[in-house]
Design a protein around this ligand. Structure first.
Ligand SMILES: Nc1ncnc2c1ncn2[C@@H]1O[C@H](COP(=O)(O)OP(=O)(O)OP(=O)(O)O)[C@@H](O)[C@H]1O
Length: 359
């Protein structure tokens, strides 16, 4: 368990965190300048907190009250950064083994064979970094970090430099590390897909304050409470078929059938489809002659005014969706809790990059 209870001032910026982070992957989410790197640097020992204490499994790493401070190289942390930062003159095998160098033989939990197997690095071990793809480099960087047998893994936007395909290829490796290595992972990301796929818990950084938000489901299935995320709904669904000639993918959600832009996600895959609140129209009866393919029905549970808009929460067979309408529409339609309504949105309202595979 990583325990962080700090208040750290740098210039005008103040970071405050009171977190307990167990094994699994904790995603650190937040706008630029919100303090993610500062928090990572405090944990890594690259910064000393002006006030407070950081400890891992009861071992104190820094404590402003006693002045105790354990230097970074004695914290047994594995790092993976945006770019692999591999040694260009060493082979993949030598790069991997470098990770082990600073871990005393008796404390090595990982072996080269296990890490090579875990990350599928077998065919690469004799090659040099210059000949590797971005995704392969990141996989080697991950392997090197793991071979240090770290007690904690810090990953700072490790996939943000990769294109969609390379990202998709490496996500399962990170899932395997999360599930099989059993150490806390602190993972900085701006990507909803990564957070939705990988995180066991989410911490939002908001102007220097670390706010634990719980599981990604709790965060993602309601209107976003995280800076930098557009407000929207995540609908669970299973892909049922594709229509190539119509350019559509069909999926079943508990709320009803969904029509999505055509994707290459296989039939049977569990997905979350992101529907922005502003894309949903409400109707008190089903209209004819309208092009919106998605028509879900439910009962209004709650209406909240937000500026000129009304945020209308609707229960659709247990799925909670939020639609943003003008306050004028809410008044004209006499929307009120308990009222049955239809939710309408276009297939094209769900961007292809808004369809996430869920675990
Ligand atoms: N040495 C410093 N002295 C004063 N202020 C600093 C120092 N280092 C960082 N800051 C400020 O602290 C704040 C948090 O920075 P930090 O790099 O932790 O943000 P971040 O969330 O990692 O941002 P990004 O996503 O852009 O990397 C920023 O306002 C930054 O300008």
């Amino acid at each position: 368990m990583l325990e962080i209870a700090v208040r750290h001032a740098q210039g005008d910026f103040v970071l405050e965190a009171d977190l307990s982070i167990g094994s699994g992957l904790t995603a650190l989410f937040g706008a630029s300048g919100s303090g993610k790197t500062t928090l990572i640097n405090l944990v890594a020992g690259l910064l000393r907190p002006t006030q407070g204490r950081i400890a891992l499994d009861g071992e104190v790493w820094s404590d402003s009250a006693t002045g105790h401070f354990r230097p970074p190289h004695r914290r047994r942390i594995g790092y993976v950064f945006q770019e692999g930062r591999l040694f260009p003159h060493l082979t993949v095998r030598q790069n991997l083994l470098y990770g082990q160098r600073f871990t005393p033989a008796g404390q090595r939990r990982e072996s080269l064979e296990r890490v090579v197997g875990l990350l599928g690095l077998g065919p690469l071990v004799e090659r040099r970094p210059a000949g590797l793809s971005g995704g392969e480099k990141q996989r080697v960087a991950l392997g090197r970090a793991l071979l240090a047998s770290p007690h904690l893994l810090l990953m700072d936007e490790p996939l943000s430099a990769l294109d969609v395909e390379l990202k998709a290829a490496i996500l399962p490796d990170i899932e395997r590390i999360r599930d099989e290595v059993g150490i806390p992972i602190l993972y900085v990301s701006h990507s909803l897909e990564e957070v939705s796929r990988l995180a066991t818990q989410v911490v939002a950084m908001d102007h220097g304050r670390a706010k634990p938000l719980g599981s990604p489901d709790a965060v993602l299935e309601t209107v976003s409470r995280v800076d930098g995320m557009p407000p929207g709904n995540f609908l669970h669904a299973v892909v049922t078929s594709h229509s190539v000639e119509e350019g559509l993918t069909l999926a079943d959600s508990p709320a009803g059938p969904l029509f999505l832009r055509r994707t290459d996600v296989a039939v049977g895959t569990h997905i979350r489809a992101f529907v922005p609140v502003s894309e949903i129209a409400l109707a008190t009866s089903l209209p004819d002659g309208i092009s919106m393919l998605n028509r879900l029905s439910g009962t209004i549970t709650d209406i909240r005014d937000e500026g000129a808009s009304a945020m209308v929460a609707v229960d659709c067979a247990g799925e909670r969706l939020i639609a943003e309408v003008t306050r004028r529409s809410a008044r004209v339609l006499t929307l009120a809790p308990g009222m049955p309504v239809h939710l309408l949105f276009k297939a094209v309202s769900i961007a292809t990059e808004g369809i996430y595979r869920s675990a």
